[in-house]
Design a protein around this ligand. Sequence first.
Ligand SMILES: *Cc1c(COP(=O)(O)O)cnc(C)c1O
Ligand SMILES: [Zn+2]
Length: 426
Amino acid sequence: MAFVNGLKCRECDREYPPEALNVCDFCFGPLEVVYDYATISEVISQDRIAKGPLSIWRYRDLLPADSDDPVDIMAGFTPLIKARNLGKQLGLNNLYIKNDSVNPSFSFKDRVVSVAATKAVEFGFDTLACASTGNLACSVAAHAARAGIRAIVFIPSDLERGKIIGAAVYGPTMISVEGNYDDVNRLCSEIADNYPWAFVNINMRPYYAEGSKTLGYEVAEQLGWRLPDHVVVPTASGAMFTKIWKGFNELACLGMLDGVESSSFGPDQNTVHHPAVTTRMHMTQAAGCAPIVTAWESGSLQVMPVRPDSIAKSLAIGNPADGIYSMRVVNKSAGTAYAVPEEEVVPGIKLLAETEGIFTETAGGVAISGLKHAVDSGAIKPDDLTVVYITGNGLKTQEAVESVVNPLTVKPFMGAFEEAFNQRGG
Ligand SMILES: *Cc1c(COP(=O)(O)O)cnc(C)c1O
Ligand SMILES: [Zn+2]
């Protein structure tokens, strides 16, 4: 059984039972899962987690699923790699890459979908659906296959081939919508009102979003139960960004970090900031779709929707659901928000590939170029322990880097090889 009390409106605090709900009837605010932290603190321990499965479900005490048999294709437990070469290039001595591009469907979305799919099955839905910027469709289709239920995925029609094929191969019903993600999302919200389907990021959203907390837990565990000084996060809706922060604070409050006293959660337990959590949260978006960064830079408390025009399609949400909440996290954590110029996205991909042997998609290019900016601007100092989240796999956005392909074509003879090789300059 999950240690869940119910759902609560993030705006007016009204409480709801833990059902397939996502908005407050009263004020239309988003709902969030509320946990019974007192009971969790009695059972949870570093040791208990270490003995758990090698997936996000090792943190199941802090996830909202009741089932003992989650829909698990082994999302999570991805490598945290000390990035010596990239660190040297950027002038950082303690840089780590959280390589979430190696998840089962090749993006961090497997974390959120595993939780949402588990809840959908618990609630008795026979159809798993989503409004996707690409990676979500892949993950929903994969998890529905595993659960043995139907998948219906909605995608914008201009997606990269790698994401279309990477979803279609699992056999979902795929609806290609002539519009951008925000159009897809609007359509899906209407469909969700009329069809009894579990849309992972609509009616399952409170549960879905909790899956991203595991990106915080895992980094803390992999660093030996401590938190980094900085994290750099590519951001679309802002959900992941807020949940990494929530994960760090939950660990601190539960006494799970080395050298940190546990403390009881206050009445506003989902937004508590534990003083031991000093991680600065750096948000990155691509300039062609940076509504949250723009709002943060102007000091506004309102995120104005934009029409996306960006190479980073997985981040192309013009009307971000968690925009305001993620801005609050930037401010609370003394972080920064930066819009990476479009022409610096591919150089970011190449820099990571050439220094660390990790091939990320465009969102990862945004993260790496955003990291570089945070160092250059002085926000991150050389000895600071820094983690950059690489959330998706480069094989899905091959179009972006096609120009790197430039082989020497030779006849299969030694002489032909040497001639061509020497001509190029060896
Ligand atoms: C969806 C996605 C994100 C952003 O997630 P949000 O929670 O919507 O901010 C980041 N990177 C990749 C690769 C994604 O697919
Ligand atoms: Zn409300």
